[in-house]
Design a protein around this ligand. Structure first.
Ligand SMILES: Nc1ncnc2c1ncn2[C@@H]1O[C@H](COP(=O)(O)OP(=O)(O)OP(=O)(O)O)[C@@H](O)[C@H]1O
Ligand SMILES: [Mg+2]
Length: 299
């Protein structure tokens, strides 16, 4: 027969449970935040791109950075990397003041050096970033080679990496760029427009890959994009930039007519259609990708 637990046993069980919950909570607290921005003003050419912006991103969040051309998405990422000094305010990355060259931050820039004509193999391209010099072909030690193999496996590009870059499609090169950004096990990943110039099928594949990696590695990801729709369902929260301001929250909280109208200081309509969301200003979709692709080339 099954014995019912004595009161002392259940008290003991309750105590263990409380200790366990406290440990889990403390562990989450110890992880801290990935990004803390306070009253931040970023200026370029004497003009404020962002003015008095404050927000906090937790250690294991997947945040989409949205906003039209010129909203300040790239400028914000450059500031989080320590490449641009704030005109005012503070930035803390993983609990420490922002500092250029922080190995805990991985970055995939929006504008990538032309390499499509290169005979360089994918492996060498990724390996070139290990030692910090992107295009050199360093002789790597065992640990570095293992690190290259690790990041290539993470993005499922081990076979791809044997081929020359010039023979790879845009989407395949994008995976190698993601592998580069994952070198050194960053805890915060800044991905600037990883979907640019990919067709919808490949856009969804990149979003799913980043989402899976973000969960598996338990890291924070800031993922900028022009269009919200490919990211719907994958994001924890969205950081919408516009008119020098920022709004951070769940998609349903931020992508609304009243919130975006307040952000821009003009009337914005949000239209939901067949599971997709369109942000409209004066009858025009605001998030359309206006980038010409001829003026710069992707790797
Ligand atoms: N070096 C610079 N000097 C002056 N202004 C600059 C400089 N670099 C960027 N800007 C301006 O800062 C603003 C923000 O640019 P940023 O590149 O951050 O926008 P973005 O949101 O990334 O746009 P996109 O969607 O086109 O990539 C733009 O108005 C841009 O023209
Ligand atoms: Mg940009």
């Amino acid at each position: 027969m099954h014995k019912s637990p004595r009161p002392a046993d259940s008290t003991q069980a309750m105590r263990c449970y409380i200790i366990l919950i406290t440990m889990i909570r403390d562990r989450a607290g110890a992880q801290g935040n990935a990004v803390e921005v306070g009253d931040l003003t970023l200026a370029l050419g004497g003009r404020a791109v962002l003015a008095g912006v404050s927000f906090t991103i937790a250690a294991n969040e997947f945040v989409g950075v949205l906003g039209p051309n010129g909203a300040g998405k790239t400028t914000l990422m450059r500031a989080l990397l320590g490449l641009l000094r704030p005109a005012r305010g503070s930035i803390a990355i993983l609990g420490a003041p922002v500092a250029f060259g922080n190995p805990a931050v991985g970055y995939m820039p929006q504008f990538r050096t032309a390499a499509s004509g290169m005979r360089l193999r994918g492996w060498d391209f990724v390996a070139g970033a290990v030692a910090g010099h992107r295009w050199g072909l360093p002789l790597l030690g065992h640990a570095d080679r293992a690190e290259v193999a690790r990041v290539l496996a993470l993005v499922d590009a081990t076979a791809l990496a044997r081929r020359p870059l010039r023979d790879l499609s845009g989407g395949e090169r994008q995976r190698l760029l993601l592998a580069q950004a994952l070198l050194g096990r960053p805890k915060l990943l800044l991905l600037d427009e990883p979907l640019m110039s990919l067709d919808p099928h490949h856009q969804h594949a990149v979003v799913a890959l980043v989402r899976d990696l973000q969960r598996e590695l338990g890291i924070a990801v800031l993922f900028s994009a022009h269009e919200l729709n490919p990211l719907l369902g994958a994001l924890d929260r969205v950081l919408y930039l516009g008119g020098g301001h920022a709004a951070l929250g769940a998609v349903d909280e931020v992508i609304t007519g009243p919130v975006l109208s307040r952000l821009y200081g003009s009337e914005i309509d949000v239209i939901r259609l067949a599971g997709r969301i369109f942000v409209m200003s004066r009858g025009q979709a605001m998030e359309r990708d206006h980038h010409g692709h001829a003026d710069h080339e992707h790797v």
